[in-house]
Design a protein around this ligand. Structure first.
Ligand SMILES: Nc1ccn([C@@H]2O[C@H](COP(=O)(O)OP(=O)(O)OP(=O)(O)O)[C@@H](O)[C@H]2O)c(=O)n1
Ligand SMILES: C/C(=C\CO)CCC[C@H](C)CCC[C@H](C)CCCC(C)C
Length: 313
């Protein structure tokens, strides 16, 4: 299709009307702005406000990185640890957003999305641990991830922030609820980071039991455990507890192996021996989950940590 202005005449006309754009239409693939286009002839700040703060921040970070020697950054442990924590914090926001959006769109039940968040958050955080530097302070930088999430939950639970974290993790949509199970969950991640860290099989097993064991018990129990309930815990089913024991064993095993492969911890057990020990821990944690005395986000990882300290050394 022929255009009214072609070749150099069009370039000249375009240069004349759009002082803030460095690129010509041929460079950008976009058509030239019409005389009515509100961006034509605007100043840089006006255009920046149109494209929005995220792009401005992105440009700022990119310009900073471009003017810095990246090899110096990569070899600096504090920079490396901060980068890991930034990735984890941003990842956590995206992770919650994905499941909340799926629930909001009707693609899945919000109880299921909440349980998937419960199952995935702790193990995903564990996967990041080996990427931190060997510095003793690395765990402090890593601890910022659950600490910041706790701050978000407290802000949301005390209504100082109407964040959609409430939609993601509260059962009923009541903001105060995030100060219960979800806050304890993050507190366990914080304690495991500060007092266990990646050389501790107890920290890894405690997180796997709390996240995967308890989460899978709920997901499976609700579907397959409607009829056969425990006599002393009428809301919980055999199916849920069996699923807890098997899923938590496999998750603990896989995460421990990941830490072994990454060179973070050494375990003196053959595969079958390790699996048997983890199964014993998981069965006992599945029984702990049936006890209504304490929140299972505290009781399960506590029992798991004690058992792992005794059985995995
Ligand atoms: N061993 C289990 C554990 C859970 N469930 C199912 O999962 C539901 C929720 O269990 P539970 O995690 O104990 O509920 P809450 O603590 O109330 O919820 P949450 O942990 O999500 O805060 C139960 O009603 C039951 O249907 C089950 O069948 N068997
Ligand atoms: C619904 C939950 C518990 C109820 O029993 C889980 C709450 C999850 C937190 C609000 C989010 C926690 C995020 C982690 C601290 C970091 C995850 C990082 C990872 C890379 C995604």
């Amino acid at each position: 299709k022929k255009t009214p202005l072609g070749g150099s005449a069009r370039k000249k006309a375009y240069r004349g009307t759009v002082p803030v754009y460095g690129a010509l239409p041929e460079d950008t693939g976009h058509p030239p702005p019409s005389p009515n286009d509100s961006s034509a002839g605007q100043s840089v700040p006006a255009v920046a406000s149109r494209v929005g703060p995220p792009l401005a921040i992105g440009c700022f970070v990119a310009a900073g990185l471009a003017s810095t020697d990246l090899s110096v950054l990569a070899s600096n442990p504090l920079v490396r640890d901060s980068a890991c924590s930034i990735v984890a914090v941003v990842g956590a926001v995206g992770w919650l957003k994905v499941w909340t959006s799926l629930a909001a769109s009707g693609a899945m039940d919000s109880r299921l999305s909440r349980k998937i968040i419960h199952c995935g958050s702790g193990p995903l955080f564990l996967l990041v641990w080996p990427l931190y530097s060997l510095e003793p302070n690395a765990r402090l930088v890593a601890a910022l991830v659950p600490a910041l999430n706790m701050a978000r939950l407290v802000a949301a639970g005390t209504k100082r922030d109407s964040s959609d974290i409430v939609t993601a993790v509260s059962r009923s949509g009541d903001a105060k609820e995030v100060l219960g199970g979800p806050l304890l969950y993050c507190a366990v991640l914080l304690a495991a980071t500060l007092f266990g860290w990646r050389g501790s099989s107890a920290a890894v097993v405690a997180i796997a039991q709390m996240a995967i064991g308890d989460g899978v018990a709920d997901i499976v129990g609700r579907r397959f455990g409607k009829r056969h309930k425990w006599p002393f815990a009428p809301s919980k089913s055999y199916a849920g507890s069996i699923a807890f024991a098997f899923a938590a064993t496999l998750a603990s095993f896989a995460l421990l192996r990941w830490f072994q492969i990454a060179g973070c911890l050494a375990l003196p057990f053959e595969t079958t021996d390790l699996l048997a020990r983890l199964f014993l821990i998981s069965v006992l944690c599945a029984f702990t989950e049936l006890v209504p005395a304490a929140d299972d986000n505290i009781s399960v990882p506590l029992v798991a940590a004690i058992l792992a300290t005794t059985l995995l050394r």
